[in-house]
Design a protein around this ligand. Sequence first.
Ligand code: UDP
Length: 249
Amino acid sequence: VAKNGIQPLRKLYDGKAKAVYETADPDLLVIRFKDEAPGRRRGRSPRPPFPKGVYNCSISAALFRHLEARGVPTHFVRILSDRDLLVRRLLIIPIEVVIRNIVAGSLARRLGLEEGQRLDAPVLEFYYKSDALGDPMINESHVRVMGIATPEEVQQIKETALRINGHLLRYVEQRGLLLVDFKVEFGRRSGSVLLGDEITPDGCRFWEGTARRPAGDRRRRTLGRSARAYRELSRRIAGEPIDDRPPHA
Ligand code: UDP
């Protein structure tokens, strides 16, 4: 049961990693982080359960708080419990914005670049959020002709995403981590564009190391998506005491 009388009521969205609920206040939603393993493990055996929702909740809250304190407008209001965040309701813009600082994943595959290569400047990509289409990569002209966002909104999204990258890069570097790439989503609220959704290791690649102290070989530097990695990222990024019990103990 959440503090201060705010209760999750009707479920608006139910995904693998989180559910979103309405509250008695039409302007406020609850994001509840779930323990299911990230759904991007095609063809591999599922992970044993661990309190991923608790780690994701504390990591996302710490990063949103940090960004708010640096003047980045976000939907974050406060933490309600170890798995619940209170956020303002946005009209989500159906674009996944990916920012990359180091070559990895689909960028390496698509352009034939070597994984781990530092990019001279951040690379920004748009993907159209559509399960039916498999989230295709799009560019600004697609966004415009499909009426997904206005040119002004696109400009604001790009500028804000790059500012977010700068803040997050420094924040995690101080904790001995490299922010390889990450995904964010934005939404509209009373005429402006705000950072929405969540920022968790489900949608970010973190590697061990810093710009001055690049990590050793790839297996040592990659903080994958194991229970150990989430626990370690939560400890370093959120730094708060966390409920470490398995979900059904
Ligand atoms: N990402 C995400 N959701 C997606 C696709 C990618 O959050 O549906 C994140 C992913 O975690 C990574 C970044 O976006 O931090 C870039 O992912 P990439 O395009 O390299 O795809 P991947 O190789 O991870 O499938």
